[in-house]
Design a protein around this ligand. Structure first.
Ligand code: NAD
Length: 497
C-alpha cells in the first residue's frame, strides 16, 4: 500500500493500529514503566501507558502533573492573553459607536483568576492520574543505573524505582546567556512575568519570539509601555515573513517600539530601574532605563542532574537527547520525549511523542513521523502555521506555488473589523497537494487545525476548494485561497486585462 506520508503513528507497512496490544495482556501488567516529568509529554505518555495496561509510575516535582505548560507556560499565559484581548476589544469598540470606560485592573483578582485556572486543570490531571491507578511520586528522579531510578521525595524521604522501560520527559528551562545574566528582581524570565507581581511603567522584552511577543502583549494591554528588542531582522525569525509582517503592523501600534537587528550588551541595576545598553546600527538611543526586563531568548533542555551517564543514555547537541522515530534513546528501553528530545519545543509535539513511546513499550509498531506540527503564536492577531513554509521550500529548493488570500476580501473579517489577516497555502504545482498552510489573523490558532488535517491527509487544493465552508466564517479564507490556486475566486478579482 502506498504511503502518503500521512502522520504515521501507525507504520505504513502495518495496518494494525497499536491500540490492539501486540504483547500478551499478562506481559503488559508486569511491565513497569517509569515516566520522569509530568508535563504534557510525560502525563500524556503515562496515561496512555496505563490505558494500554502497563504498570506506571509518574514522577514530578509538582504536587500534580501539568509541567511548565500548565503551571508556568501555555495555560496561565493564555488566561492572561484572553484578558488582554478583552481589554483591546473594549478599546476598539469606540470605532463601532460603543464606548467603554478605561478598564480598572484589580491585579490581585486577575492573578487569582489565572491561578485558579491552573489549579483547576492541574487538580483535574491529579484526579485522572489516580483514577488510572498510576503511582504518582512527588519528587525529583535521577538514574542510578540503566534499570533503576533514585527518587528524592518532597517529604524528605527517598525511593528506589526499578523499571523495564523509562520515559524521560523533563522539559526545558528559560535560557539566560551571559550578557543577560543580571540577578535582579526587576529582571524576569517567563515564570516571573507570569507571576504578575505588578504592572510596570516600562518593560523591555529581550527576544521577539513566542514568549516575548505573547507576554509583551499581556503587559502592553494592561498599560505597560513595552519595547521589544530582537537581534534578527524581523520578529519571529523562524516564521513566514508575510505572516510576521501582518502581526508586526499591529504590534507596532500596541508596543512602544520594536528594535530589530539590535542586541543587549549590558544591563545594570540602578535605583530607578535597569539601565540597558544596546548595540546595533538601527538603534538610535544606545542606553535606556526600564522598570523591568523580560528575558525570552529561548529555552534549554533539562538534562543536567538526571544521571544520564549512569543510565548509559547518550546526549546530543546543547543537552538535547537524540532519539529515533520511536523516541528511543541510545538505550533501547529508555525513551525521551518533548523539549528534551529537541525542537520544536511545543506541548502538542511532546504529547504525541509520548503516545508513540508508550505504544512502542506496549509492543505497538508505531513511529513519530508527522508532516505537520502546528505552531501558534497567541498574539493578536494570532499567527499559526503547519507543514512546509515558503522559506523552507526556497531553502530546500522544493518547487511550490504559493497562494495568498488577504482578509480584506473576507466578509467575516469585515464584520469583526479585523481585515488585518492573511491566509497562505503552499501547494505542490504538479500534484496540487497542500504542503503547508500559514495564517495570521483573528482566531488563526483554531483555524490552523484544518490546515493540519489537509497536510496530513494529503489533501489537494481542489479538496479544500470543493469542501463547502460555512458562511460567513474566517475558515472561508482557506477555501478561497485554494480557489485562487486555480486562477480566480469569488471575492477577489484582479480586473479584466
Ligand atoms: P523563541 O526561540 O521563540 O524566541 C527567542 C527570540 O529571541 C528569537 O527571535 C531570537 O532571535 C531572539 N534572541 C535570542 N538571543 C537574543 C539576544 N541576545 N538579544 C535579542 N534577541 C535575542 O524563544 P522563546 O520566546 O523564549 O520561547 C521558547 C520556546 O517556548 C519556543 O521555542 C516555543 O517552542 C515555546 N513556546 C511556545 C508557545 C506557544 O506554543 N504559543 C508559547 C511560548 C513558548
Amino acid at each position: 500500500m502506498p504511503c502518503f506520508g500521512v502522520n504515521s503513528r501507525v507504520c505504513c507497512e502495518d495496518s494494525v493500529h497499536v491500540s490492539v496490544n501486540l504483547l500478551p495482556a499478562g506481559a503488559l501488567v508486569n511491565k513497569k514503566v517509569a515516566v520522569i516529568g509530568g508535563g504534557p509529554g510525560g502525563y500524556a505518555a503515562a496515561f496512555k501507558a496505563a490505558d494500554l495496561g502497563l504498570d506506571v509510575t509518574l514522577i514530578d516535582r509538582e504536587p500534580n502533573p501539568g509541567g511548565v505548560c500548565l503551571y508556568r507556560g501555555c495555560i496561565p499565559s493564555k488566561a492572561l492573553l484572553h484578558v488582554a484581548k478583552l481589554i483591546n476589544e473594549s478599546r476598539d469598540a469606540a470605532h463601532w459607536g460603543v464606548t467603554f470606560e478605561e478598564p480598572k485592573i484589580d491585579l490581585d483578582k486577575l492573578r487569582g483568576w489565572k491561578d485558579s485556572v491552573v489549579k483547576k486543570l492541574t487538580g483535574g490531571l491529579g484526579q485522572l492520574t489516580k483514577s488510572r491507578d498510576i503511582e504518582y511520586l512527588h519528587g525529583t528522579a535521577a538514574f542510578k543505573d540503566p534499570w533503576k531510578l533514585d527518587v528524592k521525595l518532597n517529604n524528605g524521604k527517598s525511593r528506589e524505582v526499578s523499571f523495564d522501560a523509562a520515559i524521560i520527559a523533563t522539559g526545558s528551562t528559560p535560557a539566560r546567556p551571559g550578557s543577560l545574566a543580571l540577578e535582579s528582581p526587576r529582571v524576569m524570565d517567563s515564570t516571573g512575568a507570569l507571576a504578575l507581581e505588578e504592572i510596570p511603567g516600562s518593560l523591555l522584552v529581550v527576544g521577539g519570539g513566542y514568549i516575548g511577543l505573547e507576554m509583551g502583549t499581556v503587559y502592553a494591554s494592561l498599560g505597560t509601555k513595552v519595547t521589544v528588542v530582537e537581534m534578527m531582522s524581523g520578529i519571529l525569525p523562524g516564521a513566514d515573513r508575510d505572516l510576521a509582517d501582518v502581526l508586526k503592523r499591529r504590534l507596532d501600534s500596541l508596543f512602544d517600539g520594536i528594535l530589530l537587528e539590535t542586541s543587549v550588551v549590558e544591563m545594570k541595576e540602578q535605583k530607578n530601574g535597569i539601565k540597558v545598553t544596546f548595540e546595533g546600527d538601527r538603534v538610535e538611543q544606545k542606553t535606556r532605563i526600564f522598570d523591568r526586563v523580560l528575558i525570552s531568548v529561548g529555552r534549554r533542555p533539562n538534562s543536567a542532574g538526571l544521571g544520564l551517564d549512569k543510565a548509559g543514555v547518550a546526549q546530543g547537541m546543547r543537552g538535547f537527547i537524540q532519539v529515533n522515530e520511536q523516541c528511543r534513546t541510545s538505550q533501547d528501553h529508555i525513551y525521551a520525549i518533548g523539549d528534551i528530545a529537541g525542537e520544536p519545543m511545543l506541548a502538542h509535539k511532546a504529547s504525541h511523542e509520548g503516545f508513540v513511546a508508550a505504544e512502542t513499550i506496549a509492543g505497538g509498531k508505531v513511529a513519530f513521523e508527522p508532516n505537520a506540527i502546528p505552531g501558534v503564536v497567541f498574539t493578536d492577531p494570532e499567527l499559526a502555521w503547519c507543514g512546509l513554509t515558503e522559506n523552507e521550500a526556497l531553502t530546500k529548493e522544493i518547487p511550490v506555488k504559493v497562494v495568498r488570500f488577504p482578509w480584506g476580501a473576507s466578509g467575516r473579517a469585515t464584520t469583526l473589523d479585523r481585515n488585518d489577516g492573511l491566509t497562505k497555502l503552499i501547494i505542490d504545482p504538479e500534484t496540487e497537494r497542500i504542503l503547508g498552510v500559514g495564517i495570521c489573523g483573528y482566531g488563526a490558532g483554531e483555524m490552523i487545525a484544518e490546515g493540519v488535517l489537509a497536510v496530513e491527509l494529503a489533501a489537494l487544493a481542489s479538496d479544500l476548494k470543493l469542501s463547502i465552508h460555512p458562511h460567513p466564517t474566517l475558515s472561508e479564507t482557506i477555501m478561497e485561497a485554494a480557489e485562487l490556486f486555480y486562477g480566480s475566486t469569488t471575492h477577489m478579482h484582479r480586473g479584466k486585462k
